[in-house]
Design a protein around this ligand. Structure first.
Ligand SMILES: Cc1ncc(C[n+]2csc(CCOP(=O)(O)OP(=O)(O)O)c2C)c(N)n1
Ligand code: SF4
Ligand SMILES: [Mg+2]
Length: 309
């Protein structure tokens, strides 16, 4: 049966939006290639509508990843995406590559096995701050220590989005979540610093606000030989923003920009998000390439040839 993806403002035809909360933007009959931009040829239209909420930063990042892949590859037959569980991890289901949607916190372990068995594949891990730093934190430090040739993109929205907005190890101090009703009292992880300390040989941080910079960093992560860790700041409009009264998706993007010194001045004269007193304010974070070095990869140490396409 043809699945129709409808415009957000259009009422869905009966039975066409059985799954998901959010709606895609175009009318595309199932099974037909989209007459749209290059990156959209990489989507699995049979999986639409997707489940991301309106304004969620994960969609911006995912589309930016697709743009990079569309420029780099004709098809994604030699690209494997491995993800754990979470709204962030869920996006790999929408890309027409070889995809593994694994168990919570374990994408790096599955990816390690895959890479050693099929070293010629470009293996990209998509994980969240809960998936990759909480339940999967141990796997992250060991993948970095081994310097296996993987690219790990961690979508950091500072919360567990999928399960109702619980406290994550990245939640900023003072933030309200469903499990910190009096505000977060814990010190958050600096994910990039953690990956670098554990041995990652390429470490970078980006924002959903600046998708073009993210594209550059994603490309460099793919090119790097060894373990690449790319943290990208995202926003959960549904839980983090509503619980902390931080506004809409657009407000959140502006708040990301304000926490970056390089563009702080640009924004000074514009109407911006009002920081509500006593609400958490984003800390200033460094963006861009934070660490780059070269050392033997696990595959090289094991004598496994991994000439990539
Ligand atoms: C073993 C196990 N424990 C807990 C869960 C429930 N669970 C699913 S996703 C998730 C958190 C995901 O958070 P994150 O990785 O930050 O993704 P987000 O939804 O924020 O993008 C949790 C706790 C699970 N699926 N499996
Ligand atoms: S719950 Fe949050 S993280 Fe998940 S799709 Fe919705 S806005 Fe995004
Ligand atoms: Mg999260």
């Amino acid at each position: 049966m043809a699945l129709e993806v409808v415009r957000q403002e259009t009422a869905p035809a009966p039975g066409t939006l059985a799954r998901g909360r959010a709606h895609a933007r175009e009318v595309v009959p199932a099974g037909q290639p989209p007459a749209a931009s290059d990156e959209k040829r990489l989507l699995r239209y049979g999986m639409m509508p997707h489940m991301l909420c309106p304004g969620c930063g994960h969609g911006i990042i995912f589309e930016a990843m697709l743009r990079v892949l569309a420029r780099r590859y004709e098809t994604l037959d030699d690209v494997a995406f491995v993800a754990g569980i979470g709204c962030s991890s869920r996006v790999v289901g929408y890309v027409d590559a070889c995809t593994l949607h694994t168990t919570h916190g374990r994408p790096l372990t599955f990816a390690t096995g895959l890479k050693l068995a099929r070293p010629e594949l470009e293996v990209v891990v998509v994980t969240g701050d809960g998936d990759g730093l909480s339940i999967g934190g141990n796997h992250l430090i060991h993948a970095a220590r081994r310097n296996i040739d993987l690219t790990c993109v961690l979508f950091n929205n500072e919360i567990y989005g999928m399960t109702g907005g619980q406290l994550a190890p990245t939640t900023i101090p003072g933030a309200y979540t469903s499990t910190s009703p009096q505000g977060n009292h814990e010190r958050p992880f600096d994910a990039a610093a953690l990956a670098e300390a554990a041995g990652a040989t390429f470490v970078a941080r980006a924002q959903s606000y600046r998708a073009r910079e993210f594209e550059e960093l994603f490309l460099r992560s793919l090119d790097h030989r060894g373990f690449s860790f790319l943290e990208v700041m995202s926003d959960c409009t549904e839980y983090f923003a509503r619980t902390n009264r931080l506004g809409s998706g657009a407000d959140l993007l502006i708040s990301q920009a304000r926490a970056e010194p390089a563009i702080e001045e640009d924004l000074a004269g514009r109407p911006t998000l009002q920081d509500v007193p006593a609400r958490p304010v984003r800390p200033v974070m460094s963006m861009g390439v934070l660490h780059e070095s070269s050392r033997q990869t696990l595959e090289e140490a094991m004598g496994i040839s991994g000439d990539r396409p």
